[in-house]
Structures are given as C-alpha cells and as structure tokens.
Design a protein around this ligand. Structure first.
Ligand code: BYC
Length: 474
C-alpha cells in the first residue's frame, strides 16, 4: 500500500482517513496520467524552481526548490478551523457552520464544487503549449508555478468530493479528469475555459482577468456555511494572488517595452510599432476587450434563481459578506441591473437576491478597473496619449441580459451587421493573432535574457537575481 501521507502534504489527517486513502488510490494515478497527457508539453524532465505548500503556517506555504513537475507534492490544505464559526447569511444565519453536507443541499453543493473544480485542470490544458515559446526562463518558471497550483486547486476540490460526497463524489472526481478544454464532445463546463490560450499575451490577459474571476468566486465560496468548502477556498486564495500578479505584471512589462520602443524610435502608428517587433497598443486593447468580455460571462446571468438559492440556503455568499452591514438575508433589498430595451441600454431595479451574480460581477469590475488604471500610468509616464479602457459590460456577451444583443465597446445597441462589420476593430482578428504569435515562435531560455517584446520584471522570484537559472534543462 502506498503511503500517501509521505507523498501528499496535508492537514486533513490523511494518514488516519481510510475512506479518503482508498478514493485517492484510484484517483491519484488517473491524475498523474492526466498530467502526463495534458500538463505542460515537453516539461516532465525539467527541473523547475517552484514554490510548494507544505503546511498552512506562514513559513510552510511557500517552500522554494528545484522540482520535476511530475514529482511536485500536490497537497491538501484547509485553513485551520474556527470552532465558533457560524453560517453568516441566508435562512440559516446564526447556526453553527456545517461540518458535514446538509442532506437537502447535497446535489447543489456538489454542482458548485464540480464547477469550481472543472476550471482548474481546464486552465492547465489551455496553457499546455505555451512553454514552447516562453519569453524568458523567469516567465517559464512562472507559468509552471501557475500550472502546478491549478493542479493543486483541482486536488482541493477533489478532496471535498471524496471526503463528503461518497460514490457520487468519486464519479464526479473522475469526470473532472475526463472533460477537455475545447473538446466538442466533452468540453469543460464554463465558456471561457473552452477558449484557446494560444500566445503569451492571451496568457497574461487570462491570468489577470480570468484568474481574478477565480478570486471573486473563491471569496464568495469562502463565505459558505459548509465549513470545509470555506476553509479550502480560503487557502486557495493565498496561491491565487500569485497568478494575478503574473498577469498584471506580464501586461505591464509588455506595455513598458512597447512604450520604450515607441519613444526611442518616435513611432506611433501601429504598423510602424509592429515592424519594430513589439505589440502595438491597439492590439493590447483588442485582447483586453476579448478577455474582459468572456470573463464577465463567468459570473452567470444577471438575474439568476440559482444565485438566489445558493445565497438563501447559505452555500455561497457575497464578496466580503461579513464586512457588509445589512441583514444578510436580502428578502426586501433591490439591486440595479442593465438590460436592452429597444435601441437603448436601461437600468432596472430587481430583487437583490436574484441579482447576486451581477453584484459579484460589479465588485470584480471595480477591482479590474484599478489594474487598468495602473497599466495606463505606464503609458502616461512614457508621454503617450493612448489609454486602455474597459469595454461596456454588454459588449460581446454570451450569458445574461446582453446575450443575443450587439453592443459596441461604448455601450451603443447595434444591429448584428453593424457589429460584425466592426468586429476586427474591437477584438483580435486572425491577422492580429498571427502577428502576436509571430513574435513568439521559439523559447528564450538563456538565463537573464528576455524576448524583445517584453521588458524584464523589476525583481526575480524569491529574491533570486533575474539571471537565475529558474528552469534547468539538463
Ligand atoms: N459558460 O443561473 P445562471 C477559477 C450556466 S474561475 C457556460 O446564470 P449560476 C479559475 C449555468 O451553469 C471561477 N455556462 O448561473 C480561473 C447554468 O447551467 P444549468 C470558477 C454557463 O448558476 C482561472 C445556466 O447557465 N468558479 O477558479 O447562477 C484559472 C444558468 O446560469 C456560464 C465558479 O464559477 C458560462 N460562462 O452561475 C483557474 C464558482 N454561466 O444549471 C481557475 C462555482 C452560467 O442551467 N460556480 N452558465 O445547467 C458558480 O457559482 C456558478 O455555477 C456560476 C454560474 C457563477 C458559474
């Protein structure tokens, strides 16, 4: 029998949990097969300078050292339990937080956990080829770090399925390894996780925009009355911060490099900028428009009875629920949502309970705007007048009130034809993608070297120098 406590760092008393061990005996080898097939391409023999969580203590969750990724110790960690914790919202408000799954909410809770879990391997699948065209060893190491931690987040959800959901949970855990991003027959559950991530610009946009949906959804689940889910998500959030850092700084570094080249050569025109081997600012805006719009779809419909019932039953809270001062029941509250009426976008006040997806989306957009403002500072400091902007909430939406409507980035309601005629001005065209990919045809792997289209970061990982050998090819 395999000693899983040796292999799997954990704080869930795995050594004494026979049920969990038996479930893992089947799942762990299937997970490794999935990693070999769908994990980062041609990476299995590389030694990568990775951070591994070995405990939830401040000195334990970030142990750095060289690891071959198949030997990474995917652990199972929950934030330590607070025995006084209560259900903080909905009809069960004030009851002790649940340590077992309430029977009546079993299938709903399982579905939420499966939806969350499904996104984690999906993102690894989406990114699997990017190591082959990395802009530096530093960036290669960062994408691998993101990948192994998404793998660990899958483990986190699978732990809940195995530990609390019996046979159904085990079946769902297997299915998480069977769906594939973008597969026509067996796709990942949510839309954005079936979109390709074909280049590094898309990767940084994804980690800035889509990983931040992860943050907001995890924050909402970290409020759950089901305590093991709340504690699992709290710990995942510590790792999520790094993924968003990779995205935000990745875009910052591209902007910085583009602005440097524009100034040095005194060029503004996109084709002149491209000719110098850097990514022009209008292309950055188009990628932003795409990733923002597909990511805000991930929050679900503006009016959702699912969202209302998740909240009322205490399964999924609002962002920073316990810091909000209201009754935490929301029976009589209202919330503004947008919808299309004729040729206009209008605001309508609806029940705050059904509008909870919209509220979380709004919280998210506020935080995203902060990041875009920081990017604009880089452009402004270079003395260039271009500014990045978030498109209107209704632009290019497939879920919710705007699905089926044709909204411009400025928020005008257009005909399908007018919208289609402008599509390539607003979102990356095939030619734009071809150009971006033409900059990323091979790996830059000499320590301390960076591709021409991206500036080096301000500092290295874990206080290592920029020319550190973050990945050893041997
Ligand atoms: N694509 O009532 P509605 C992350 C479905 S990211 C396809 O509006 P609800 C990460 C919906 O499932 C965070 N289908 O939705 C980031 C429902 O289907 P059924 C992931 C969609 O349930 C980067 C129907 O439409 N975590 O962690 O209120 C890297 C009606 O929907 C979509 C979570 O999402 C879509 N975009 O809300 C790695 C948290 N949107 O029931 C990781 C868990 C909706 O009719 N999930 N549908 O078959 C949830 O809380 C909810 O499922 C959602 C949807 C917020 C996603």
């Amino acid at each position: 029998m395999i000693d899983y406590t040796e292999k799997i760092p954990n704080n869930v008393d795995l050594g004494r949990d026979r049920v969990l061990q038996r479930a893992l005996e089947h799942w762990q080898p299937a997970y490794m097969n999935w990693w070999y097939d769908m994990g980062p391409s041609e990476s299995h023999a590389l030694e990568v300078y990775l951070r591994t969580a070995t405990s939830v203590e401040p000195d334990g969750w970030a142990q750095f050292g060289y690891v071959r990724m198949p030997e990474y110790r995917w652990g199972i960690f929950l934030q330590p339990r607070d025995a006084t914790r209560r259900v903080n919202f909905g009809v069960h408000q004030g009851q002790p937080a649940w340590q077992e799954v309430p029977g009546e909410y079993r299938s709903t809770l399982r579905r939420v956990i499966v939806t969350q879990g499904d996104t984690e391997p999906a993102s690894v699948e989406q990114q699997r080829l990017l190591g082959m065209c990395c802009p530096s060893l530093y960036d290669l190491r960062n994408i691998f770090q993101v990948n192994v931690e998404e793998g660990r987040h899958l483990w986190a959800m699978v732990y809940l399925l195995h530990r609390y959901f019996g046979r159904d949970g085990r079946e769902e855990a297997e299915a998480l390894l069977e769906r594939r991003s973008g597969d026509a027959d067996n796709p990942r559950i949510l839309g954005a996780f079936n979109e390709p991530t074909p280049d590094w610009l898309a990767f940084y946009m994804f980690t800035f925009f889509t990983d931040r949906d992860g943050k907001f959804q995890l924050c909402a689940l970290a409020e759950s009355g089901f305590d093991p889910l709340a504690r699992t998500c709290r710990f995942m959030l510590t790792e999520e911060a790094h993924h968003m850092f990779v995205g935000e700084t990745g875009i910052s570094r591209i902007l910085q490099r583009t602005c440097e080249v524009m100034k040095e050569h005194k060029v503004e025109n996109a084709s002149d900028v491209r000719a110098l081997g850097v990514i022009d600012l209008p292309t950055m805006q188009k990628y932003l428009n795409f990733h923002f719009s597909v990511t805000i779809d991930l929050f679900g419909s503006d009016a959702s009875s699912n969202a209302a019932s998740y909240y009322t039953t205490g399964l999924k809270g609002r962002y920073e629920e316990t810091k909000i001062e209201d009754d935490h029941v929301l029976q009589n509250a209202e919330y503004p949502v947008l919808e299309v009426s004729g040729s206009k976008v209008i605001t309508r006040h609806v029940s705050a309970l059904t509008a909870l997806n919209e509220r979380l989306r709004d919280d998210y957009i506020t935080e995203i705007q902060g990041g875009v403002d920081r990017w604009n500072k880089i452009i402004e400091q270079a003395g260039i007048s271009f500014r990045l902007t978030l498109p209107h909430k209704g632009f290019h939406r497939a879920i919710g009130n705007f699905a089926g409507h044709f909204i411009s980035p400025e928020g005008e309601v257009l005909t399908k034809e007018a919208w289609e005629n402008n599509r390539d001005r607003w979102m990356p065209s095939a030619a734009d993608q071809k150009f971006v990919q033409s900059l990323m045809t091979g790996r830059v792997i000499e320590p301390g070297k960076f591709a021409n289209w991206i500036a080096p970061p301000i500092r290295g990982v874990n206080r290592q120098p920029l020319n550190f050998e973050y990945v050893r090819f041997n």
